[in-house]
Design a protein around this ligand. Structure first.
Ligand code: HEM
Length: 281
C-alpha cells in the first residue's frame, strides 16, 4: 500500500504546537537554546563562565536520571519497552498479565486462520511504515530507508505460500487498519512518537516476534520457517546499524521530545498487542 503524503523537509517538531504540551524534564529556566549553547560550549571545549559551569553541572546531573541514557537513546527506549512486558513474556518484564497474548507463548493455542489474520494485519502495518519511510524526504525518516529490517515483501511471499497451500487470505481487520492510520497521522504530526513505533515494531519482531514465530510454527505449521522471520544478512549487524542511526536522530531532540517518544511506548504495546492477539482469534 502506497503512502502518498511525504513529510516536508521543513517540518520541525519545534514548530509543532502539540509538542509544547509535554512536561519539561529540565527546569523551564533552561530553554532549548540555552541547553544547546551549553552543549556546544562543552563540545567545543570553549571556556565557560563560572555561572554557566554551575548550570551545566546541574544539567549533567539531571541527565543521569534517565535509565539507559549513558548508552544512548535506544537503550532508554529499550528500558521502557522491557518494563511493559509481563514476566511471562520476558524476564525483565514487570507488567501484570491481563490479556491472552500476555500469557506465556508456550501455552498459546494458535489457529492457522488466526495466524493468517495476524500476518495480514502485520503486513498492512509494515506496508504503511515502509511506505512512509520510502517516500519521505524528511531527514529524520530518510535515515531509515533500506535498513534491511523491512518486512512487507517477506510477508507478501509468506501470504502467497499460504494461498498456494489452499488457504484463503483474509482482508485486513480493525487492529491493523487502526494502527496503520495512527502511524500515518503520527508520521505527519509527531516524529518522535513515530520513531518510537518504528523502533518497537522492528525490534520487537527481532526478539519476541521470532520466538513467537518458532512456537507457532511448531504447533500449527509443521515447523515451516516463514520468510517473515528471515533477514538478508546478519540480523545483529542490521539491528546495530539501526540502533546507531536512532541514537543519532535522537541526539537532535530536546529532553522533552525524548520523553515524549518514550511515553509513546505504551501505545506501541497497545496497538501491537491487539494485532498479536489475532493469532489466538
Ligand atoms: C507475546 C508477546 C511478546 C513476547 C513473548 C516478547 C518477548 C520478548 C523477549 C524475550 C525479548 C528479549 C529480551 C532480552 O533481550 O533478554 C523482547 C525484547 C523486546 N520486545 Fe518484546 N515481547 C512481546 C511483545 C512485545 C511487544 C508488543 C512489543 C512492542 C511493540 C515488544 C517490544 C520489545 C522490544 C523493543 C524489545 C527489545 C529488543 C532489543 O533488545 O533489541 N515486545 N521481547
Amino acid at each position: 500500500m502506497a503512502y502518498s503524503a511525504p513529510i516536508s523537509p521543513s517540518l520541525s517538531v519545534f514548530k509543532n504546537p502539540q509538542l509544547t504540551k509535554f512536561p519539561f524534564a529540565f527546569s523551564p529556566l533552561l530553554s532549548r537554546s540555552r541547553i544547546q549553547n551549553l552543549r556546544m560550549a562543552v563540545r567545543n571545549k570553549t571556556s565557560l563562565s563560572s555561572s554557566s559551569l554551575v548550570v551545566a553541572t546541574a544539567a549533567e546531573k539531571q541527565k543521569k536520571r534517565y535509565p539507559g541514557e549513558s548508552k544512548g537513546f535506544v537503550e532508554e527506549m529499550r528500558f521502557v519497552a522491557m518494563r511493559l512486558h509481563t514476566k511471562e513474556q520476558a524476564k525483565e518484564g514487570e507488567k501484570e498479565t491481563k490479556s491472552p497474548e500476555e500469557r506465556p507463548v508456550a501455552k498459546w493455542e494458535p489457529t492457522v486462520e488466526g495466524y493468517l489474520r495476524f500476518l495480514v494485519d502485520s503486513k498492512l502495518v509494515y506496508d504503511t511504515l515502509e511506505g512512509i519511510i520510502h517516500q519521505s524526504i524528511f531527514p529524520t525518516y530518510t535515515e531509515f530507508k533500506n535498513t534491511g529490517l523491512e518486512r512487507a515483501e517477506k510477508l507478501a511471499t509468506d501470504l502467497e505460500w499460504f494461498r498456494k497451500q489452499g488457504y484463503e487470505i483474509p482482508e485486513p481487520t480493525s487492529p491493523g487498519k487502526t494502527y496503520s492510520q495512527y502511524l500515518k497521522d503520527l508520521a505527519e504530526n509527531d516524529p518522535p512518537a513515530f520513531i518510537c513505533h518504528f523502533y518497537n515494531i522492528y525490534f520487537a519482531h527481532s526478539a519476541g516476534g521470532r520466538m513467537i514465530g518458532r512456537k507457532v510454527a511448531e504447533r500449527i505449521l509443521d515447523n515451516k520457517e516463514l520468510e517473515f522471520y528471515k533477514w538478508d544478512g546478519d540480523l545483529s549487524q542490521l539491528l546495530q546499524t539501526v540502533r546507531e542511526k536512532l541514537n543519532k536522530v535522537a541526539e537532535e531532540w530536546t529532553r522533552e521530545e525524548k520523553n515524549h517518544c518514550l511515553e509513546e511506548t505504551e501505545k506501541s504495546f497497545k496497538y501491537s498487542g491487539e494485532i498479536l492477539r489475532l493469532i489466538l482469534s
